[in-house]
Write a protein that binds this ligand. Structure first.
Ligand SMILES: [Zn+2]
Length: 320
């Protein structure tokens, strides 16, 4: 019920309703509206003061804390990038060259970066630049790590294959005792026994009769018996195109078809076949091309030891 005012009209003794003029009504209304606006504003200000500012303060602290976390994360990301740089460098400049592998192409290393804008969701915020830059770095690390992992797997496979190959190549001296070196690879105008001109395809190594002869690399024996001028002869197929031949033996300790490892005793030196005295005819061929065996005596030797050995053997060879 609206609040109404009445007065007693003495002229007719009746209560009559007090009616305000329209101006007074207008002024009253304006005053009421004004009061409502002022009170509302007051409440709003007080609310903000006690609740709003506290919330803002918490948000500000939270943002500062997030910025700090970003900063620490940024340092870790930069450290990870440095580690990754180092791994990629070792991959390209050490492991692959040693194993005779081609480097990972730049196009492959950069695969996955660029393309459609994957960061559209992060745009439009106050710190969009920071967030996009971080996300890009993280994605970049992810791609590079995946590619580097694959590269190391390939290197590991190649390393195992290379190790296997190294075990098979004929890379040591076939005898422990060397009196002196005989003829090496050369065209002989006069064969010491036959007296005819012909090529000599191996290295003659003069040793005491009955010296032990060792397999110079792992492989399969493909010949073990008499072979014309080589007399008692062993041939080992090492794979990878390599074969080694051991001639003029006095004794053969292996049979065709068996597998031998580097250093296994396979026979004893002698002077069988076309030979002028006890010596080992040692021969290496790669896909049928004859190689100088002296260059394959280098397993387990340092560079200096290897050259010392060659010099020493060459000097002894000249003394004969
Ligand atoms: Zn010979």
């Amino acid at each position: 019920m609206p609040h109404r005012k009445y007065f007693l009209d003495l002229s007719d003794l009746q209560f009559k309703r007090v009616r305000l003029p329209w101006k007074s009504k207008l002024i009253r209304s304006i005053l009421w509206i004004g009061a409502v606006v002022v009170i509302s504003w007051g409440y709003g200000a007080a609310f903000n003061k006690f609740f709003g500012s506290r919330k803002n303060k918490m948000l500000t602290q939270e943002i500062e804390s997030i910025k700090l976390e970003y900063s620490l994360l940024g340092r870790q990301i930069n450290n990870s990038i440095k580690v990754l740089d180092g791994l990629e460098q070792s991959d390209a400049q050490r492991y692959r060259p040693i194993l005779d592998m081609t480097p990972v192409p730049e196009t492959v290393r950069k695969m996955g970066s660029g393309g459609v804008n994957k960061y559209a969701d992060l745009e439009g915020f106050d710190n969009s630049d920071l967030m996009v830059s971080f996300q890009k770095k993280v994605d970049d690390i992810k791609n590079r790590t995946t590619i580097q992992y694959q590269s190391f797997s390939t290197i590991e496979d190649r390393k195992n294959e290379w190790k296997r190959e190294m075990e098979h190549l004929p890379m040591i001296s076939p005898v422990n005792v060397i009196y002196r070196l005989g003829d090496g690879i050369k065209f002989r105008e006069k064969h010491p026994v036959l007296g005819t001109p012909q090529w000599h395809h191996g290295q003659d190594i003069c040793t005491p009769y009955g010296s032990e002869v060792f397999a110079t690399g792992s492989g399969k024996v493909i010949q073990a018996g008499w072979e014309g001028g080589f007399g008692n002869c062993i041939v080992i197929d090492h794979g990878y195109g390599y074969r080694s031949t051991y001639g003029h033996l006095s004794n053969i300790k292996v049979t065709v078809g068996i597998n031998v490892k580097r250093g296994d005793l396979i026979g004893l030196t002698g002077s069988t076949g076309t030979s002028s005295g006890p010596h080992l005819h040692y021969q290496i061929d790669l896909y049928g091309q004859y190689k100088n065996p002296l260059y394959y005596f280098n397993n387990d030797l340092t560079e200096n030891e290897y050259f010392d050995m060659i010099q020493s053997l060459t000097a002894q060879s000249k003394l004969r």
